[in-house]
Design a protein around this ligand. Structure first.
Ligand code: F6P
Length: 590
C-alpha cells in the first residue's frame, strides 16, 4: 500500500516524453517524406497483406490491412509506443498510480471490471478497491432483480415499467448507447434472456419489459417530451451524477420530482403533505453518485443510492453503478457479461506484445494519420443500427479525453492532438456524407464495425436483409481502399468530363472490426477497445486523458449570465457587446 502511494508521487512529477524528440518520430517523418500510399499495389505485391495485418482481440476480428501503412511505418509506430512508454503507463494505470495529475487521482476504470477474487488484490491509497467494487456491484444486482421481479413497487403498489435515467455526459451517453445497442436483451424477469439471435421483430420489448428513457439536456423540451406519456405510478427515476452538482441533472431531477408529485396528486394517489411527498420520492427515486451526502440532501434515501469513486472519470463510468439503468432493463447477468467483455480487452492490452496489441496499434495508426498525414477527423461507422449512439458516446470518450493543448506536467503539447470523432450507422451515412470520404479533398480514416449475425433476422423477397447490409459494409471499405481508375470508368463507356467525376482515387484508409454478434460481452470489448485507443494516443502526446478543465469556463459563465436572462440589468451591463446584443434580442422577443 505504501509502495503504491510512493510510486504515485514519483510518477505524478515525471515529465512526459516529448514524442517529437524520439528516434521513432524522426524515422516516421523520414518515411512520410517519401510516402506514396498505394493500397492496390501493396495488395498486389503482397498477397498475404490481409492475413498479416489482421489481429484478434477477444471476439473482435480486426482487419488493419486497408490502412495506409507499410511494414516500415508500422515498425516505426511500434517503436514510438515503446519510446514513449505506452506499456509502462498502462501498467501504472492498472495499479492505481495517480495518472490524473491535475486532480491528483488514480485512474481505475479498469478495476470496475476485474472479476471477483482477482489476484493480487488491488489496494490503492488505502482503499480495498476490489472489495468495494464488488460490494456495490452485488447491491446493484440485487436491486435490479428486485425491480425486475416486481418486489420493488411504486408508492401505489404498482410494478416499475419505465426507468428514467437523469444524467448528462458520462452519466448519460454510456447508459443510453448501451441500452440502445442491447435492446434485444431487454426483458423483465430476474434472469438474462437467451442471446438475441432469433429475437422477434419487436426485440426484447415484449410484455412485461422494463423500458428505459434518458433525460440529459437542460432544454425543458427533453424532460417534457420524455415524461409526457409516462405513468408516474410505474416510473422509477435514477438520478445519475458523479458529482451531484451538475446544473442540468439537478434541475431535471427537481423537475422530475415536481412532475411526480403533481401527477400522483392529480390522480389522488398522494396528498400534498411532506410525509406523502417524501414517501413518493422514496418509492420513485434512486441515485448513483460519488457524493452520497448530496444525494441525501436532495431527499433520496441513502439506502437507495449506489456509489462509485473519484478515480472513475465520467466518460469511463458506464461500467460503474452509472450502469444501473442497464442492470435493471437488461438484467444483472447481461451487465456482468458487459463487464467481462471490458476485462478481456484490459487483459489483452496488458499482456499482448505491441505488434499484436489491437488498441495500441489502432491508437498508433491514429497518431500516424493525425501527426504525419494531416487527418483532422476520424469517422466511426457501425454497420449496426443498434449502435446509432456509439459515435456520440465516442465523441465524449475521445474528445473530452484528448482535446488538450497542455501535457500532464502543464507544459504545452509538442504536436497536434485529438481528432474530431464522428459517425452515423451505415447505410444512413452512405446516403449522407460518404461522398466526401470517397472523393473529397480531406483524409478521413474510418473504422467500420459490423456483426455477422443480426439481432433481427428478417427476409425481403426471400433475401436475408442483414446479408445485404453486410454487403454494403464490405463494398464501402473496398471502394474506399481501391477506388476506381479513369481507365476502368472509360471501359464502362463513360467519356469526357464525366470520367473524372466518376473516378475514385482510393487509398482512403479504413479498419474493419467484425464480430459474431452484438452481445453484451462484445459491446464491452468494443468500448474498452476505444478507451485504450484513446489512452495510447494520450500517452504518446503526453496528455492527461482523464481531466476535462475545458468544460468549466462555459459552466461558470452560464451562471453569471443567467441573472441577465432573468432581467438583472447589472448582470446585462457586465457582458461584452456581442453577448449584450443577444440578450437585448432575447428580451425584445420574449
Ligand atoms: O462535461 C463535463 C462533465 O464533467 C463530464 O466529464 C461528465 O461526464 C459530465 O460533466 C457529468 O458530470 P456528473 O456525472 O458529475 O453530473
Amino acid at each position: 500500500m505504501c509502495a503504491l502511494a510512493w510510486i504515485a508521487s514519483v510518477v505524478s512529477v515525471t515529465a512526459p516524453i516529448d514524442p517529437t524528440t524520439t528516434a521513432a518520430w524522426s524515422r516516421l517523418a523520414e518515411l512520410k517524406d517519401s510516402f506514396e500510399p498505394d493500397l492496390r499495389g501493396w495488395f498486389a505485391a503482397h498477397p498475404d497483406r490481409a492475413r498479416e495485418l489482421t489481429r484478434t482481440v477477444g471476439d473482435l476480428h480486426v482487419d488493419l490491412s486497408k490502412n495506409l501503412v507499410t511494414g516500415e511505418v508500422l515498425d516505426a509506430l511500434v517503436a514510438l509506443a515503446e519510446e514513449t512508454g505506452v506499456r509502462e503507463r498502462f501498467a501504472d494505470m492498472l495499479r492505481g498510480v495517480h495518472l490524473n495529475t491535475s486532480e491528483d487521482r488514480a485512474v481505475l476504470h479498469t478495476a470496475l471490471r476485474r472479476p471477483a477474487g482477482a489476484e493480487p488484490a488491488l489496494v490503492v491509497d488505502g482503499q480495498q478497491v476490489d472489495h468495494d467494487v464488488h460490494e456495490v456491484l452485488d447491491r446493484l444486482s440485487a436491486f435490479a432483480d428486485r425491480v425486475r421481479s416486481g418486489e420493488w413497487r411504486g408508492v401505489t403498489g404498482k410494478k416499475v415499467e419505465t426507468v428514467v435515467n437523469i444524467g448528462i455526459g458520462g452519466s448519460d451517453l454510456g447508459p443510453v448507447m448501451v441500452y440502445e445497442a442491447l435492446l434485444p436483451y431487454a426483458d423483465a424477469g430476474p434472469t438474462r434472456p437467451e442471446a438475441p439471435r432469433g429475437a422477434s421483430a419487436t426485440g426484447g420489448e415484449g410484455v412485461g419489459s422494463i423500458h428505459a428513457r434518458f433525460v440529459s439536456n437542460i432544454d425543458p423540451a427533453d424532460i417534457a417530451q420524455k415524461t409526457a406519456d409516462l405513468d408516474p405510478e410505474t416510473t422509477l427515476f435514477i438520478v445519475a451524477s458523479k458529482t451531484f452538482t451538475t446544473l442540468e441533472t439537478l434541475t431535471n431531477a427537481r423537475l422530475a420530482r415536481d412532475w411526480l408529485w403533481e401527477k400522483l396528486g392529480a390522480a389522488g394517489a398522494i396528498d400534498d403533505t411532506d410525509a406523502a411527498r417524501t414517501d413518493a420520492v422514496a418509492h420513485h427515486f434512486v441515485a448513483v453518485s460519488t457524493a452520497l451526502d448530496k444525494v441525501e440532501a436532495f431527499g433520496i434515501d441513502p439506502t437507495n443510492a449506489f456509489g462509485f469513486w473519484d478515480w472513475v472519470g465520467g466518460r469511463y463510468s458506464v461500467d460503474s453503478a452509472i450502469g444501473l439503468s442497464l442492470a435493471i432493463t437488461l438484467g444483472p447477468d447481461a451487465f456482468r457479461d458487459l463487464l467481462a467483455g471490458f476485462h478481456a480487452v484490459d487483459e489483452h492490452v496488458a499482456s499482448t506484445p505491441l505488434t499484436e496489441n489491437v488498441p495500441v496499434l489502432m491508437g498508433l495508426l491514429n497518431v500516424w494519420y493525425t501527426n504525419f498525414l494531416g487527418a483532422q477527423s476520424h469517422a466511426v461507422l457501425p454497420y449496426a443500427q443498434q449502435l446509432h449512439r456509439f459515435a456520440a458516446y465516442l465523441q465524449q470518450l475521445t474528445m473530452e479525453s484528448n482535446g488538450k493543448s497542455v501535457r500532464w506536467d502543464g507544459t504545452p503539447v509538442t504536436t497536434d492532438t485529438g481528432e474530431v470523432f464522428w459517425g452515423e450507422p451505415g447505410t444512413n451515412g452512405q446516403h449522407a456524407f460518404y461522398q466526401l470520404i470517397h472523393q473529397g479533398t480531406r483524409l478521413i480514416p474510418a473504422d467500420f464495425i459490423a456483426f455477422v449475425n443480426p439481432a433481427y433476422p428478417l427476409a425481403d423477397e426471400g433475401r436475408d436483409v442483414h446479408g445485404l447490409f453486410l454487403a454494403n459494409f464490405l463494398a464501402q471499405t473496398k471502394a474506399l481502399a481501391f477506388g476506381k481508375t479513369a481507365e476502368e470508368v472509360e471501359a464502362e463507356g463513360t467519356t469526357g468530363a464525366l470520367v473524372a467525376a466518376r473516378t475514385f482515387p482510393g487509398n482512403r484508409p479504413t479498419t474493419s472490426i467484425f464480430a459474431p454478434s452484438l452481445t453484451p460481452s462484445v459491446l464491452g470489448q468494443l468500448i474498452a477497445l476505444y478507451e485504450h485507443i484513446t489512452f495510447t494516443q494520450g500517452t504518446i502526446w503526453g496528455i492527461n486523458s482523464f481531466d476535462q478543465w475545458g468544460v468549466e469556463l462555459g459552466k461558470q459563465l452560464a451562471l453569471q449570465i443567467a441573472p441577465a436572462i432573468e432581467g438583472d440589468d447589472e448582470a446585462l451591463a457586465a457582458q461584452d457587446a456581442s453577448t449584450r446584443g443577444l440578450l437585448d434580442y432575447y428580451r425584445a422577443h420574449r
